[in-house]
Structures are given as structure tokens and as C-alpha cells.
Design a protein around this ligand. Sequence first.
Ligand SMILES: [Zn+2]
Length: 369
Amino acid sequence: MLTLDTICQAPKALLHDHLDGGLRPATIVDLAREFGYRELPTDDVDALAAHIRRGADRKSLELYLETFQYTVGVMQERDALARVAAECAEDLAADGVAYAEVRFAPELHVERGLTTDEVVGAVAEGFREGERRAAAAGRPIVVRTLITAMRQFARSREIAELAIRWRDQGAVGFDVAGPEAGYRPTRYLEAFDHIRHENFHLTIHAGESFGLPSIWEAIQFCGAERLGHGVRIIDDITVLADGSVSLGRLAAFVRDRRVPLEMCPTSNVHTGAAASIETHPIDLLRRLRFRVTVNTDNRLMSGVTLSSEFAALDAAFGLGLGEMEWLTINALKSAFVPFDERLRLINEVVKPGYAHLRALETHVVPAPA
Ligand SMILES: [Zn+2]
């Protein structure tokens, strides 16, 4: 089994991580004090972290999303957004993440008068600062953003235009998130059309709490290049009594077209999309060689890091370094950053990083005399 230290040292790529789902608990308390946010259930950092984690683990996407009121509540000022973004980049870099696409919904951060452009600007500035600090600490990271529109608000077209405006300043794609039941992807077709007509990139949360129709619409009507979660694709796969596997038309399409699945195992257990890590469809999907990627979703709410997710999968399925490297290269092949940057990360960071760790595994280093 891989040690957490080895997993942490291994270069990793993260495609699905929410900015408002990854705050340091101490930062929430600090920001609430600094900006006069009075709705926190407690000022005690550990008690607050426990409260949020308990709130997330209730087997319902809608209940899971309730816990964001505190993080979003303290992310309403320019300086607060920049600080949260800088710390996000630092925390991911410290966890060995070499490339991350972090997503956030600008329309959630305008309660105190910021415009959505000011929100995106503050976050972009924070990420650049976090990248500088991480490089100075010897853990370089490239952080890009995905601009998310919330399903329950009706601003997706406007948010799509916002994403396009920031495409040369760190934004690499567009996403929709929020409650899935009752908000099928085709409701936002105008926004998706705009993104595609501008030759920009698109991922959609689909197939998390809602099944195959949501995945089908996201890919075949909306033009999603990747699926946020996509875990319900398992409903189109049948394991027969003799152990052989039969793929339905949609599952076959997703595999044949190499549609990346942004899988977030612990988050899926918390929202009830999967019963446990051990029974998570990610195991079958990776063995069938779907384009599987491993992600955190919400590090704070789910109490995870990308390394802890890999450790949980390694404990359950025995990934080893070879499979970890495959999953990481899957993520980089699926990233929205330009092709030359993806190649650089694969050839100059990921491959040498795993080769180095494999050498350490096979060569027993003599203990100092
Ligand atoms: Zn998500």
C-alpha cells in the first residue's frame, strides 16, 4: 500500500474543486470577524470544521449544499476572495498538486455590492499570489479557474459571457452546478451554445444526484467536454453472472469518445450518490478504462485532500503508483489549459515525478551508519 507521504509527493492534477468548498476553517473565523459576518454557529475553529463536516454527510445533495452558507457568507469582499484563493493555491501545492482547475460561482459573491467582474478579478489576483508563494516554497503549481453558473439562478447566459471575458486572465472553462433534480442541463442551452460558439470549454455537473438522462443531455445536447461526477453512468453498465460486462449505448459512447469523468469519491458518499468508497463505481469504471479522473470536490466539507482521496482509493482497490500516474495523466489530457502546457506538465513534471518515486520504491536506500 502507498504511504500518504508518497502520495503527497507524487505530482497530481485536480479538475474538480470548488473554491467555496475548500476554505481553511481558521480563515472562515478570521474573515467573519474582519468583515462582520454574524451567522457562524461558533467561533471555535475545530467546532466549526466539525459542524460543517457533519452538515455535509447527510446523504443528500441539497443538504450537502446547505453547508456552503458559511463559506459563501465570508466571501463577499475583494480582500476576502483574494485571501481564500491564495490560500487555496498554497494548500493544493503543499498537497503535491501540480495543476488545478478551481471553480467558483461569481453570482454567489455579490451580496455586498461587488460586481461579478470584480469577484473574478479578486479571485484571479489571489491565485497569482498563491502561485508565487507556492513557487517560493519549492512546490510550484499552475492554477486556472472555471466559472460556474448556479442552476437555481437564471443568469447562466450572463455568466457564460463573464467567463469568456476572463479567458485570457486565468479562466479556462465554464460549468453549471447546484441542485440537479428539476434543473436538467438543457435549461441552460443558450449559455452552452455561447460557450461553444466562442470556442471555449465546457464541463457540466451531471449524473451526480440524477441519472442517465442528465448525462445524455449534458453530452448530446449541451456539448459538455467533461462530466462533473458522471457517476450514474454506472446505471448503463451491466455486470453479468459470468463476470463479463455489457455497456449500454450511452456508456459505450462515453468510453469510446474518452469523455472525462471528474469523479469525487468521498463527496459522492456524503451526498448519497455512492454507498461507500469500497463500492464506488470508480473501481469498475477505471478497470473498464473509462477516462476516469480523481478529484476532491469540496475539501473542507468532505474533510479530504487530493492525497487522502488517492490514499482511500489505494486502500480500497490497491492503485499503486502506476494507476495513480495513469489517473493523473488522464486528468492532464482532459484539462482545459492549452495543449502545450498540458504536454509540459505531463513530460516535465508528472512522468519524471513518478519515475523518481518508483526508483525510491525499488532501490532500498541504506540507512546512515
Ligand atoms: Zn462539484
